[in-house]
Design a protein around this ligand. Structure first.
Ligand code: NOJ
Length: 513
């Protein structure tokens, strides 16, 4: 388990939309390098960069055409290597996005695989043995070539599924994960990892990590596959960190992943907190965090104590945090995100409350996700400082609102969301109990109109974190004794007998004696 994960706080960068330094309307590696000081000063010490490899961009780069070469629009492999080195100089680790489940239809492996003559790549993808048979429960590509078969797709139809075998096999063309084809696919993906890890990257966020072995209802085949991968990685790259897009920590962490994300889909009740009609972090007080808490504790119990359950502020697939959680409510949401165990992940722009841009035409397979991928708002210059290109050339349109938030406006304002986030990341770094591996014990579970409160503990330090998003004061039973206040927003807590009362819309962190 890489030691650096003990206090890693991640910042997710969608490279298209971060900073454009060559005025072509799209972000680039140099843009990320230019902003590394900003990222470090905000208290982040790790990055996740969305896919940046050669691609026809039918799905924003999640349709890879060459795993070994970066897309020229971002720079060169050398530039990416320089980015790793510049990040490391500042104590920042960098995860790339690995897409092992599928490639683009333009990948040379797929071109070879489409040929009717058998070759090295015939079994690299999931093919049926007749064009008239489609793989069950999956989309497929048919009649793209003279190969007699249908090829399963893993996500969009531009993303043919790589072949890691089937767990339950009912048809002759379904291979076992132990067959030669699936083993070669896995070995090819291991080589991709080796290549970038050797070049200086610190690990991967793994796209659709749960999707590899097919017909695997309980994930047992996919878990076994990842265990194999981790046996090798731990030997060859013991400091490499891996986070899965899986959303079920009890499975992914068993597979060997160091971290798993809670997602806007799956069983975690993540949406109850930030992304539903009545999110818990709304001052209406109608939201309910209790199912989230219940499920979170269950996952922690089942996943064991070593792996990290990571809660993101958002990502490139969800609406923006600011769409459902407004004004000061966002500060309470960040108090939660930055004081929970597991490594926090903050999506670029969420630290200034960037809005979801409504009604955008889809760009590169973004569809409704496009509004959460608009270019970063740095300052009040043209294109909010994102790019010197003409406005019409920007990769995605920016938030047109006159009062759109910017970094330049928030940096000098002590009450800004940006400085709030910074204050909390600093507090987290200063207190082991708040960090990624510390224990957690909920004392109020965030039922409607109730506080969300938990004790955090590590290395002899014990703290109480409590939040009340509701616009009225609330109290919860608590017999522990509050000590020094390390952090208060919206007023201090008061303790009367066996109860703690929180003012309306407030968040506090106390040392416990
Ligand atoms: C999940 C990624 O986050 C998403 O953006 C992508 O479209 C799919 N996986 C397919 O790779």
């Amino acid at each position: 388990m890489p030691k650096w994960l003990d206090n890693a706080v991640f910042y997710e960068i969608y490279p298209q939309s971060f900073l454009d330094t060559n005025a072509d309307g799209i972000g680039d590696f140099q843009g990320i390098i230019n902003k590394l000081d900003y990222i470090r000063d905000l208290g982040f010490n790790a990055l996740w960069i969305n896919p940046c490899f050669l691609s026809p961009f039918g799905d924003a780069g999640y349709d890879v055409a060459d795993y070994y070469t970066v897309a020229p629009r971002y720079g060169t492999n050398e530039d990416l290597k320089r980015l790793f080195a510049e990040a490391h100089k500042r104590g920042i680790h960098v995860l790339l996005d690995l897409v092992p489940g599928h490639t683009s239809v333009e990948h040379p492996w797929f071109r070879e695989s489409m040929k009717p003559e058998r070759n090295e790549y015939s079994d690299r993808y999931v093919w049926t043995d007749s064009v008239w048979e489609a793989p069950e429960n999956m989309g497929c590509l048919r009649a793209l070539s003279q190969r007699d078969g249908s090829c399963a797709v893993n996500f969009f139809t531009c993303q043919p599924a790589l072949n890691y075998g089937y767990y339950n096999r009912t048809r002759p063309w379904q291979q076992s994960p132990e067959d030669e084809g699936p083993r070669a696919t896995l070995e090819a993906m291991m080589d991709v990892m080796r290549f970038w890890l050797t070049m200086g990257c610190d690990g991967f966020r793994v796209d659709m990590a749960m999707s590899l072995v097919k017909n695997d209802p309980d994930g047992l085949g996919t878990i076994a596959l990842w265990q194999k991968v981790f046996n090798v990685l731990e030997r060859e790259f013991p400091e490499a960190a891996m986070v899965s897009e899986w959303g079920e920590p009890e499975k992914s962490l068993q597979g060997g992943f160091h971290m798993d994300f809670l997602l806007h889909f799956g069983p975690s009740h993540y949406n109850d907190l930030f992304r539903c009609q009545e999110p818990y972090f709304s001052d209406r007080g109608l939201g309910d965090a209790s199912k989230f808490v219940e499920r979170y504790l269950e996952s922690r119990e089942k996943a064991g104590k070593d792996g990290l359950i990571c809660i993101p502020s958002g990502n490139h697939d969800m609406t923006r945090l600011a769409k459902h959680v407004e004004g000061e409510e966002k500060k309470l949401a960040f108090t939660f995100l930055l004081t929970m165990p597991g490594a926090p992940f903050v999506y670029y722009g969420d630290e200034i409350g960037m809005r979801y841009v409504e009604n955008l035409t889809s760009v590169e397979g973004g569809y409704e996700r496009t509004g959460a991928r608009s270019p970063m708002q740095w300052d009040s210059c043209v294109n909010a400082g994102f790019s010197a290109a003409p406005k019409e050339k920007l990769y995605i349109q920016q938030d047109p609102a006159a009062d759109r938030p910017t970094v330049a406006q928030q940096l000098p304002d002590p009450d800004s969301l940006l400085n709030f986030v910074k204050q909390l990341t600093q507090l987290r770094q200063a207190h082991p109990a708040l960090q990624n591996r510390g224990g957690i014990h909920f004392v109020s579970n965030g039922a409607p109109k109730q506080a969300l409160a938990y004790e955090r503990e590590q290395a002899g330090e014990k703290l109480l974190v409590a939040m009340n998003p509701f616009r009225e004061a609330v109290a919860f039973p608590y017999s522990g004794k509050l000590g020094e206040a390390l952090f208060t927003f919206g007023g201090a807590a008061s303790q009367k007998g066996e109860a703690v009362q929180l003012p309306p819309v407030s968040a506090v962190i106390y040392r416990l004696d």
